[in-house]
Design a protein around this ligand. Structure first.
Ligand SMILES: Nc1ncnc2c1ncn2[C@@H]1O[C@H](COP(=O)(O)OP(=O)(O)O)[C@@H](O)[C@H]1O
Ligand SMILES: [Mg+2]
Length: 375
Protein backbone atom coordinates (compact mmCIF):
# COMPACT_ATOMS: atom_id res chain seq x y z
CA UNK A 1 0.00 0.00 0.00
CA UNK A 2 1.23 3.48 -0.72
CA UNK A 3 0.44 6.35 1.54
CA UNK A 4 -0.92 9.24 -0.52
CA UNK A 5 1.68 11.85 -1.18
CA UNK A 6 4.62 9.52 -0.71
CA UNK A 7 6.20 7.60 -3.48
CA UNK A 8 8.77 4.97 -2.73
CA UNK A 9 11.18 6.20 -5.35
CA UNK A 10 11.22 9.01 -7.83
CA UNK A 11 12.46 7.13 -10.88
CA UNK A 12 13.46 10.27 -12.75
CA UNK A 13 15.64 11.54 -9.97
CA UNK A 14 19.09 10.04 -9.59
CA UNK A 15 20.61 9.81 -6.14
CA UNK A 16 23.01 12.63 -6.92
CA UNK A 17 20.07 14.95 -7.62
CA UNK A 18 18.49 14.19 -4.26
CA UNK A 19 21.59 14.95 -2.25
CA UNK A 20 21.94 18.33 -0.67
CA UNK A 21 25.53 18.54 -1.77
CA UNK A 22 26.88 15.84 -4.08
CA UNK A 23 30.66 15.36 -4.24
CA UNK A 24 32.44 17.08 -7.11
CA UNK A 25 33.16 13.76 -8.87
CA UNK A 26 29.40 13.02 -8.90
CA UNK A 27 28.12 16.52 -9.63
CA UNK A 28 30.49 16.85 -12.58
CA UNK A 29 30.66 13.19 -13.60
CA UNK A 30 29.62 14.01 -17.18
CA UNK A 31 32.39 16.55 -17.62
CA UNK A 32 34.99 14.21 -16.12
CA UNK A 33 33.90 11.38 -18.43
CA UNK A 34 34.01 13.63 -21.50
CA UNK A 35 37.46 14.87 -20.53
CA UNK A 36 38.77 11.34 -20.03
CA UNK A 37 37.51 10.40 -23.50
CA UNK A 38 39.03 13.45 -25.18
CA UNK A 39 42.28 13.25 -23.23
CA UNK A 40 45.06 11.77 -25.34
CA UNK A 41 47.96 13.16 -23.32
CA UNK A 42 50.12 11.17 -20.99
CA UNK A 43 48.64 10.51 -17.55
CA UNK A 44 50.89 10.17 -14.51
CA UNK A 45 50.65 6.68 -12.99
CA UNK A 46 47.48 6.41 -10.92
CA UNK A 47 45.85 9.51 -12.43
CA UNK A 48 42.42 9.48 -14.06
CA UNK A 49 43.37 12.37 -16.36
CA UNK A 50 46.46 14.08 -17.74
CA UNK A 51 47.64 17.27 -16.02
CA UNK A 52 46.33 19.21 -19.03
CA UNK A 53 42.85 17.70 -18.66
CA UNK A 54 42.84 18.35 -14.91
CA UNK A 55 43.68 22.01 -15.52
CA UNK A 56 40.95 22.20 -18.18
CA UNK A 57 38.47 20.70 -15.72
CA UNK A 58 39.29 23.44 -13.21
CA UNK A 59 39.54 26.39 -15.57
CA UNK A 60 36.89 25.37 -18.09
CA UNK A 61 37.06 25.11 -21.86
CA UNK A 62 35.48 23.47 -24.90
CA UNK A 63 36.52 19.98 -26.01
CA UNK A 64 37.00 19.07 -29.69
CA UNK A 65 33.64 17.23 -29.66
CA UNK A 66 31.90 20.42 -28.50
CA UNK A 67 31.45 19.43 -24.83
CA UNK A 68 31.61 22.53 -22.66
CA UNK A 69 33.62 22.21 -19.46
CA UNK A 70 32.40 24.80 -16.94
CA UNK A 71 35.04 26.79 -15.09
CA UNK A 72 35.25 25.79 -11.43
CA UNK A 73 38.05 28.15 -10.43
CA UNK A 74 38.21 31.69 -11.75
CA UNK A 75 41.70 33.10 -11.42
CA UNK A 76 45.18 33.06 -12.91
CA UNK A 77 45.75 30.00 -15.14
CA UNK A 78 49.31 29.71 -13.92
CA UNK A 79 48.16 29.05 -10.34
CA UNK A 80 46.17 26.06 -11.46
CA UNK A 81 49.00 24.79 -13.66
CA UNK A 82 51.49 24.98 -10.80
CA UNK A 83 49.04 23.26 -8.43
CA UNK A 84 48.34 20.41 -10.85
CA UNK A 85 52.00 19.96 -11.71
CA UNK A 86 52.93 19.79 -8.03
CA UNK A 87 50.57 16.85 -7.55
CA UNK A 88 52.48 14.94 -10.22
CA UNK A 89 55.77 15.39 -8.32
CA UNK A 90 56.86 13.94 -5.00
CA UNK A 91 55.98 17.14 -3.17
CA UNK A 92 52.60 17.73 -1.61
CA UNK A 93 50.46 20.77 -2.35
CA UNK A 94 49.64 23.49 0.19
CA UNK A 95 46.88 25.92 -0.80
CA UNK A 96 47.23 29.08 1.22
CA UNK A 97 45.03 32.18 1.29
CA UNK A 98 42.62 34.32 3.26
CA UNK A 99 39.21 32.77 4.03
CA UNK A 100 36.87 32.38 1.08
CA UNK A 101 39.47 32.27 -1.68
CA UNK A 102 38.30 28.82 -2.82
CA UNK A 103 41.05 26.77 -1.17
CA UNK A 104 38.66 24.01 -0.12
CA UNK A 105 36.81 24.22 -3.42
CA UNK A 106 39.98 23.88 -5.50
CA UNK A 107 41.24 21.06 -3.31
CA UNK A 108 38.01 19.10 -3.75
CA UNK A 109 37.97 19.56 -7.53
CA UNK A 110 41.64 18.67 -7.89
CA UNK A 111 41.13 15.43 -5.97
CA UNK A 112 38.02 14.64 -8.02
CA UNK A 113 39.81 15.19 -11.32
CA UNK A 114 43.09 13.47 -10.42
CA UNK A 115 41.81 10.49 -8.42
CA UNK A 116 38.06 10.44 -9.13
CA UNK A 117 37.47 10.66 -5.38
CA UNK A 118 37.45 13.80 -3.23
CA UNK A 119 36.30 12.10 -0.03
CA UNK A 120 39.62 11.00 1.50
CA UNK A 121 39.47 13.99 3.79
CA UNK A 122 40.82 14.93 7.22
CA UNK A 123 39.28 18.05 8.75
CA UNK A 124 41.90 19.88 10.76
CA UNK A 125 40.91 21.33 14.12
CA UNK A 126 42.64 22.04 17.41
CA UNK A 127 41.37 18.62 18.51
CA UNK A 128 42.47 16.54 15.51
CA UNK A 129 44.17 13.44 16.95
CA UNK A 130 47.07 11.57 15.41
CA UNK A 131 44.73 8.68 14.56
CA UNK A 132 42.91 10.91 12.09
CA UNK A 133 46.11 11.16 10.06
CA UNK A 134 47.68 7.74 10.77
CA UNK A 135 45.31 4.98 11.90
CA UNK A 136 43.16 3.96 14.83
CA UNK A 137 41.90 0.69 16.25
CA UNK A 138 38.57 -1.04 16.40
CA UNK A 139 38.67 -1.72 20.13
CA UNK A 140 36.19 -4.59 20.12
CA UNK A 141 38.37 -6.48 17.65
CA UNK A 142 41.56 -5.38 19.34
CA UNK A 143 40.40 -6.78 22.70
CA UNK A 144 39.01 -9.97 21.21
CA UNK A 145 41.86 -10.88 18.87
CA UNK A 146 44.77 -8.63 19.73
CA UNK A 147 46.42 -6.26 17.27
CA UNK A 148 45.89 -7.41 13.71
CA UNK A 149 45.33 -5.90 10.33
CA UNK A 150 41.62 -6.59 10.86
CA UNK A 151 41.49 -4.47 13.99
CA UNK A 152 43.25 -1.54 12.38
CA UNK A 153 41.12 1.38 11.22
CA UNK A 154 42.99 3.21 8.47
CA UNK A 155 42.78 7.00 8.25
CA UNK A 156 41.82 8.64 4.94
CA UNK A 157 45.52 9.37 4.44
CA UNK A 158 46.45 5.72 4.90
CA UNK A 159 43.75 4.64 2.46
CA UNK A 160 45.00 7.17 -0.08
CA UNK A 161 48.52 5.80 0.32
CA UNK A 162 47.60 2.16 -0.20
CA UNK A 163 45.26 2.94 -3.11
CA UNK A 164 47.41 5.54 -4.86
CA UNK A 165 44.88 8.35 -4.42
CA UNK A 166 44.76 12.01 -3.43
CA UNK A 167 44.34 12.68 0.29
CA UNK A 168 43.09 16.03 1.58
CA UNK A 169 43.84 17.78 4.85
CA UNK A 170 41.72 20.84 5.57
CA UNK A 171 42.98 23.71 7.76
CA UNK A 172 46.38 22.12 8.37
CA UNK A 173 47.64 24.94 10.62
CA UNK A 174 44.79 24.46 13.09
CA UNK A 175 46.13 20.98 13.88
CA UNK A 176 48.47 20.85 16.90
CA UNK A 177 52.13 20.87 15.84
CA UNK A 178 52.98 17.38 17.11
CA UNK A 179 50.04 15.89 15.21
CA UNK A 180 51.00 17.80 12.06
CA UNK A 181 54.43 16.27 12.29
CA UNK A 182 53.04 12.78 11.78
CA UNK A 183 52.79 13.88 8.13
CA UNK A 184 56.57 14.25 7.81
CA UNK A 185 57.36 10.52 7.48
CA UNK A 186 54.37 10.06 5.21
CA UNK A 187 55.44 12.84 2.87
CA UNK A 188 59.20 12.31 2.93
CA UNK A 189 59.53 8.50 3.21
CA UNK A 190 56.12 7.77 1.59
CA UNK A 191 55.49 5.17 4.23
CA UNK A 192 53.35 4.83 7.33
CA UNK A 193 54.86 2.48 9.90
CA UNK A 194 52.51 0.41 12.07
CA UNK A 195 54.85 -0.57 14.91
CA UNK A 196 52.13 -2.56 16.74
CA UNK A 197 52.08 -5.01 13.85
CA UNK A 198 55.71 -4.71 12.82
CA UNK A 199 54.42 -3.62 9.43
CA UNK A 200 54.23 -0.54 7.29
CA UNK A 201 51.93 0.79 4.59
CA UNK A 202 53.90 2.07 1.64
CA UNK A 203 52.39 4.65 -0.65
CA UNK A 204 51.46 3.44 -4.12
CA UNK A 205 52.16 5.67 -7.11
CA UNK A 206 49.35 8.13 -7.60
CA UNK A 207 49.33 9.03 -3.91
CA UNK A 208 49.71 12.67 -3.01
CA UNK A 209 48.26 15.09 -0.53
CA UNK A 210 46.56 18.49 -0.75
CA UNK A 211 46.46 20.62 2.37
CA UNK A 212 44.70 23.95 2.84
CA UNK A 213 45.63 26.61 5.37
CA UNK A 214 44.22 29.96 6.27
CA UNK A 215 46.47 32.97 5.96
CA UNK A 216 44.85 34.55 8.99
CA UNK A 217 45.66 31.52 11.16
CA UNK A 218 49.33 32.24 10.72
CA UNK A 219 51.05 31.90 14.06
CA UNK A 220 48.34 29.64 15.51
CA UNK A 221 50.17 26.41 14.84
CA UNK A 222 52.69 27.42 12.26
CA UNK A 223 54.04 24.68 10.05
CA UNK A 224 57.38 23.35 11.21
CA UNK A 225 60.09 24.02 8.68
CA UNK A 226 60.61 20.27 8.29
CA UNK A 227 57.01 19.87 7.22
CA UNK A 228 56.93 23.01 5.13
CA UNK A 229 59.78 21.66 2.98
CA UNK A 230 57.56 18.75 1.90
CA UNK A 231 55.02 21.13 0.40
CA UNK A 232 54.87 23.37 -2.63
CA UNK A 233 52.87 26.38 -1.53
CA UNK A 234 50.37 27.99 -3.87
CA UNK A 235 48.72 31.19 -2.68
CA UNK A 236 45.15 31.75 -3.87
CA UNK A 237 44.48 35.47 -4.30
CA UNK A 238 41.27 37.42 -3.91
CA UNK A 239 39.62 38.08 -7.29
CA UNK A 240 41.67 40.70 -9.14
CA UNK A 241 38.83 42.80 -10.54
CA UNK A 242 35.23 43.62 -9.59
CA UNK A 243 34.03 42.03 -12.84
CA UNK A 244 35.81 38.77 -12.01
CA UNK A 245 34.28 38.74 -8.54
CA UNK A 246 30.78 39.51 -9.84
CA UNK A 247 31.23 36.65 -12.30
CA UNK A 248 32.24 34.21 -9.56
CA UNK A 249 29.37 35.24 -7.30
CA UNK A 250 26.67 35.13 -9.97
CA UNK A 251 27.79 31.75 -11.32
CA UNK A 252 27.90 30.16 -7.88
CA UNK A 253 24.63 31.77 -6.75
CA UNK A 254 23.02 30.42 -9.87
CA UNK A 255 24.22 26.87 -9.09
CA UNK A 256 23.24 27.07 -5.42
CA UNK A 257 19.91 28.67 -6.28
CA UNK A 258 19.07 25.85 -8.65
CA UNK A 259 19.87 23.30 -5.94
CA UNK A 260 17.48 25.14 -3.60
CA UNK A 261 14.82 25.69 -6.28
CA UNK A 262 15.18 29.45 -6.09
CA UNK A 263 14.28 31.58 -9.07
CA UNK A 264 17.40 32.70 -10.89
CA UNK A 265 17.50 35.14 -13.72
CA UNK A 266 19.50 38.12 -14.76
CA UNK A 267 17.41 40.66 -12.79
CA UNK A 268 19.52 40.21 -9.70
CA UNK A 269 22.81 41.17 -11.32
CA UNK A 270 22.64 44.81 -10.19
CA UNK A 271 22.25 43.72 -6.61
CA UNK A 272 25.14 41.26 -6.95
CA UNK A 273 27.28 44.06 -8.34
CA UNK A 274 26.34 46.21 -5.39
CA UNK A 275 27.20 43.54 -2.80
CA UNK A 276 30.57 42.98 -4.47
CA UNK A 277 31.24 46.73 -4.62
CA UNK A 278 30.49 47.20 -0.91
CA UNK A 279 32.64 44.20 0.05
CA UNK A 280 35.57 45.26 -2.13
CA UNK A 281 35.52 48.88 -1.00
CA UNK A 282 35.45 47.97 2.68
CA UNK A 283 38.08 45.27 2.17
CA UNK A 284 40.40 47.58 0.24
CA UNK A 285 39.80 50.55 2.55
CA UNK A 286 39.05 52.93 -0.32
CA UNK A 287 36.13 53.65 -2.65
CA UNK A 288 36.21 52.37 -6.23
CA UNK A 289 36.95 55.83 -7.60
CA UNK A 290 39.92 56.08 -5.23
CA UNK A 291 38.65 59.35 -3.74
CA UNK A 292 37.51 58.36 -0.25
CA UNK A 293 39.57 56.44 2.27
CA UNK A 294 37.58 53.98 4.39
CA UNK A 295 38.24 51.98 7.53
CA UNK A 296 38.16 48.20 7.06
CA UNK A 297 35.99 46.11 9.36
CA UNK A 298 37.32 43.01 11.14
CA UNK A 299 35.52 40.40 8.97
CA UNK A 300 37.12 38.92 5.86
CA UNK A 301 34.30 40.05 3.52
CA UNK A 302 35.32 37.25 1.18
CA UNK A 303 33.84 36.20 -2.12
CA UNK A 304 32.39 33.22 -0.27
CA UNK A 305 30.51 35.55 2.09
CA UNK A 306 29.23 37.60 -0.84
CA UNK A 307 27.89 34.37 -2.31
CA UNK A 308 26.04 33.56 0.88
CA UNK A 309 24.64 37.10 1.27
CA UNK A 310 23.21 36.95 -2.25
CA UNK A 311 21.88 33.40 -1.86
CA UNK A 312 20.10 34.34 1.36
CA UNK A 313 18.75 37.47 -0.30
CA UNK A 314 17.41 35.38 -3.14
CA UNK A 315 15.63 33.10 -0.68
CA UNK A 316 14.07 36.15 1.01
CA UNK A 317 12.96 37.49 -2.37
CA UNK A 318 11.51 34.13 -3.34
CA UNK A 319 9.58 33.41 -0.17
CA UNK A 320 8.60 36.89 1.01
CA UNK A 321 9.07 39.18 -2.00
CA UNK A 322 8.18 39.13 -5.67
CA UNK A 323 11.04 36.80 -6.59
CA UNK A 324 13.33 39.58 -7.78
CA UNK A 325 16.37 40.37 -5.68
CA UNK A 326 16.01 43.89 -4.22
CA UNK A 327 18.17 46.10 -1.97
CA UNK A 328 16.07 45.16 1.06
CA UNK A 329 16.89 41.49 0.53
CA UNK A 330 20.64 41.91 0.73
CA UNK A 331 21.00 44.78 3.23
CA UNK A 332 20.57 42.63 6.35
CA UNK A 333 23.03 40.05 5.03
CA UNK A 334 25.63 42.71 4.26
CA UNK A 335 25.19 44.19 7.72
CA UNK A 336 25.72 40.76 9.27
CA UNK A 337 28.88 40.15 7.26
CA UNK A 338 30.35 43.58 7.96
CA UNK A 339 29.51 43.98 11.64
CA UNK A 340 31.35 41.16 13.40
CA UNK A 341 32.63 43.20 16.29
CA UNK A 342 29.49 45.00 17.47
CA UNK A 343 31.32 48.12 18.66
CA UNK A 344 34.08 49.01 16.19
CA UNK A 345 32.55 47.47 13.06
CA UNK A 346 29.20 49.15 13.59
CA UNK A 347 30.84 52.58 13.59
CA UNK A 348 32.76 51.73 10.42
CA UNK A 349 29.57 50.51 8.75
CA UNK A 350 27.52 53.55 9.72
CA UNK A 351 30.23 55.86 8.47
CA UNK A 352 30.29 54.00 5.17
CA UNK A 353 26.50 54.17 4.83
CA UNK A 354 26.36 57.92 5.55
CA UNK A 355 29.37 59.04 3.52
CA UNK A 356 29.44 56.63 0.57
CA UNK A 357 26.09 54.85 0.15
CA UNK A 358 24.01 57.97 0.75
CA UNK A 359 25.78 60.07 -1.86
CA UNK A 360 26.00 57.52 -4.65
CA UNK A 361 23.79 57.82 -7.75
CA UNK A 362 21.22 55.06 -8.02
CA UNK A 363 21.84 53.81 -4.48
CA UNK A 364 18.83 55.57 -2.82
CA UNK A 365 16.81 52.39 -2.29
CA UNK A 366 19.83 50.65 -0.94
CA UNK A 367 20.55 53.54 1.41
CA UNK A 368 17.01 53.36 2.76
CA UNK A 369 17.28 49.59 3.19
CA UNK A 370 20.58 49.97 5.07
CA UNK A 371 19.05 52.55 7.41
CA UNK A 372 16.11 50.24 8.08
CA UNK A 373 18.20 47.22 9.04
CA UNK A 374 20.67 49.25 11.11
CA UNK A 375 17.92 50.90 13.13
N1 LIG B 1 38.32 32.52 -7.56
C1 LIG B 1 37.23 31.78 -7.38
N2 LIG B 1 36.75 31.01 -8.36
C2 LIG B 1 35.64 30.27 -8.18
N3 LIG B 1 34.94 30.19 -7.05
C3 LIG B 1 35.37 30.94 -6.02
C4 LIG B 1 36.53 31.77 -6.12
N4 LIG B 1 36.69 32.41 -4.95
C5 LIG B 1 35.71 31.98 -4.14
N5 LIG B 1 34.90 31.10 -4.77
C6 LIG B 1 33.71 30.45 -4.19
O1 LIG B 1 33.75 30.67 -2.80
C7 LIG B 1 33.21 29.57 -2.13
C8 LIG B 1 33.95 29.29 -0.84
O2 LIG B 1 35.25 28.93 -1.06
P1 LIG B 1 36.03 27.97 -0.06
O3 LIG B 1 36.75 26.98 -0.88
O4 LIG B 1 35.13 27.43 1.01
O5 LIG B 1 37.01 29.01 0.60
P2 LIG B 1 38.24 28.77 1.57
O6 LIG B 1 38.41 27.29 1.76
O7 LIG B 1 39.39 29.40 0.86
O8 LIG B 1 37.90 29.49 2.83
C9 LIG B 1 33.17 28.41 -3.07
O9 LIG B 1 31.84 28.04 -3.22
C10 LIG B 1 33.70 28.95 -4.38
O10 LIG B 1 32.80 28.63 -5.39
MG1 LIG C 1 38.23 26.16 3.48
Amino acid sequence: MTVPGTTAQQPTESTADALLRPHAEDAFADELTALALADDRQRPVGWRLSPWAVATYLLGGTLPDGTVITPKYVGPRRIVEVAVTTLATDRALLLLGVPGTAKTWVSEHLAAAVSGDSTLLVQGTAGTPEEAIRYGWNYARLLAHGPSRDALVPSPVMRAMSDGMTARVEELTRIPADVQDSLITILSEKTLPVPELGQEVQAVRGFNLIATANDRDRGVNDLSSALRRRFNTVVLPLPATPEAEVGIVSRRVDQLGRALDLPGGPEGIDEIRRVVTVFRELRDGVTTDGRTKLKSPSGALSTAEAISVVTNGLALAAHFGDGVLRPGDVAAGILGAVVRDPAADRVIWQEYVETVVRERDGWKDFYRACREVSA
